[in-house]
Design a protein around this ligand. Sequence first.
Ligand SMILES: [Zn+2]
Length: 134
Amino acid sequence: MYSVTKRIDFCYGHRLLEYDGVCRHPHGHNAVAEIEVRTTTLDARNMVMDFNDIKVLVKGWVDRELDHKMILRYDDPLVKPLQKLGEPVYLLDSNPTVERIARLIYDVSRDQGLPVARVTVWETPTSWATYSND
Ligand SMILES: [Zn+2]
């Protein structure tokens, strides 16, 4: 298999509900997402995919939907006050863990038609989560 990986940097805030640790408080991350695309053959340009196409499709979505937003569980009591203040939120049906954010970006990449094999999201330089089709 051929494989290319595009790195996307973004910032987000979140907190974890029903969690016994400091992450129950609102806080933010400078995240790095790696989108790995795999194919068995190369295209006419001898590429798996143009890096710019991944950037346009996935980074465009991440910039619009996640970057500099609070990612919260839909029933988090913070949702309504933040919306009332006009602050941007992105809602998930689960706790907004880095695992779920990796899955979200994987699903969005697949829905954009990319032959995505793996999405890894680094929450900190030492902690990351991966969702893959393996
Ligand atoms: Zn966190």
